[in-house]
Design a protein around this ligand. Structure first.
Ligand code: LMR
Length: 396
């Protein structure tokens, strides 16, 4: 039965991690997957997380199952972090389930869309995170794209994006990145979020927001502004959020799906459907990561400590962006890379082609994604000159 199975291609991002591990060069540099590194090149466990874990281990008395949707106190924390004091929360129109990571949340949302509206298509930004189409298609949904990145200006192709959104048939779903657009680092301004809300409202389209980097662009609150605006303006919104990056809880798989419905009754009905989808998939979520998040967000001292850690991470990323721009400018290249300083989050699009990316990997043991996406959050002051010189070499 399985004798005709062929090799699948490696994952464009996580496959790179495997290749990096195999590289024997001790000077290799990993700027592939979106994992934050500190100034020493480590991905440390947050101090707030360590303190919360110590308290959890001390107090935990059972490993019995969580409910299918996860713990209610975790859902409340997620809603207050992403939506704040939002009218949809007060009207009980928002329901949240704990999903295994942001990817798990995207998949649960995709399954839910497929069940509720099987013919709806999901529109993805061009480009987008390479796993988005895979997750949507795995749920049986058809995928389309809308223009997003302008390779001439290295900025947003807003007019073309808006013109395409205007043409999307009623009832389709538009996947948007809340902040720190992956892979380009190019975000919408608040004014542009307002313009997108106008179109979605008029065209009766459903926003589906991927919110994986809260706190890594301009701060925890400003980064949620677009999400909150859409949830205020539209009756139905799906938000897949993740604590992988902003709590450094990558391997704990702690994310959430929040659905804002037209009414409290519809929200409850949606939750009941979502629970049947989860039950038939992973049954119920893992507890540890959500306990860490809940403990930190509900303990004022730990929350202060965590907020300071997120701010420090964001500041370091932004200062690496400035140093990277300066380092490349100092090499007097033909290309202007100053756009990297205007983008947000872990990633930037270098504009390198596949061949140049391959040379970076083969000749310099520097790993970036084939699309030319570079993880700025993986750079340090120590490896920055090496990266700049290698880029200059492959651009020659
Ligand atoms: C990334 O884009 O590098 C991260 O979101 C990690 C992943 O799962 O791809």
């Amino acid at each position: 039965m399985f004798e005709k199975i062929e090799m699948a291609p490696p994952d464009p991002i996580l496959g790179l991690e495997e290749a990096f591990k195999r590289d024997p060069n001790p000077a290799k540099i990993n700027l592939g997957a979106g994992v934050y590194k500190d100034e020493s090149g480590n991905t440390p466990i947050f101090r707030s997380v360590k303190l919360a874990e110590a308290a959890i281990l001390e107090q935990e008395t059972s490993k019995s199952y969580l409910g299918i949707a996860g713990a209610p106190e975790y859902a409340a924390c997620v809603q207050s972090l992403i939506l704040g004091q939002h009218p949809a929360v007060e009207a009980r129109r928002a329901v949240t389930i704990h999903a295994p990571g942001g990817t798990g949340a995207l998949r649960v949302a995709a399954d839910f869309i497929k069940r509720a509206k099987p013919d709806a298509r999901v529109w993805l930004s061009q480009p987008t995170w390479p796993n988005h189409p895979g997750v949507m298609r795995a749920a049986g949904l058809a995928v389309e794209t809308y223009p997003y990145f302008d390779a001439q200006t290295n900025g947003l192709a807003f007019d073309r994006m808006a013109a395409t959104l205007e043409q999307i048939p009623e009832g389709d779903v538009v996947l948007l990145h809340a902040c720190c657009h992956n892979p380009t680092g190019v975000d919408l301004t608040l004014e542009q979020w307002g313009a997108v809300a106008d179109i979605l409202e008029r065209r009766r389209l459903i926003p589906f927001i991927d919110f994986a980097y809260q706190g890594l662009a301009q701060g925890l609150e400003p980064d949620a502004a677009g999400v909150q605006l859409l949830c205020r303006r539209l009756d139905e919104v799906l938000v897949a959020s993740s604590f992988s990056k902003n709590f450094g809880l990558y391997n704990e798989r702690v994310g959430a799906l929040t659905f804002v419905a037209r009414s409290a009754d519809l929200a409850e009905a949606a939750l009941s459907q979502i629970k049947t989808l989860i039950r038939a998939n992973y049954s119920n979520p893992p507890a540890h990561g959500s306990k860490i998040v809940t403990t930190i967000l509900n303990t004022p001292d730990l929350r202060r400590e965590w907020e300071a850690e997120v701010t420090a991470m964001c500041d370091r990323i932004n200062s690496m962006r400035r140093l990277f721009v300066q380092g490349l400018a100092d090499l007097s290249l033909d290309r202007d890379f100053s756009f990297i300083g205007q983008q947000y989050g872990m990633f930037s699009f270098t504009g390198l082609n596949k061949e140049q990316v391959k040379r970076l990997r083969e000749e310099h043991s520097i790993y970036i994604v084939d699309s030319g996406r570079i993880n700025v959050a993986g750079m340090t002051r120590a490896n920055l000159p090496v990266v700049c010189n290698a880029l200059a070499d492959v651009l020659k």
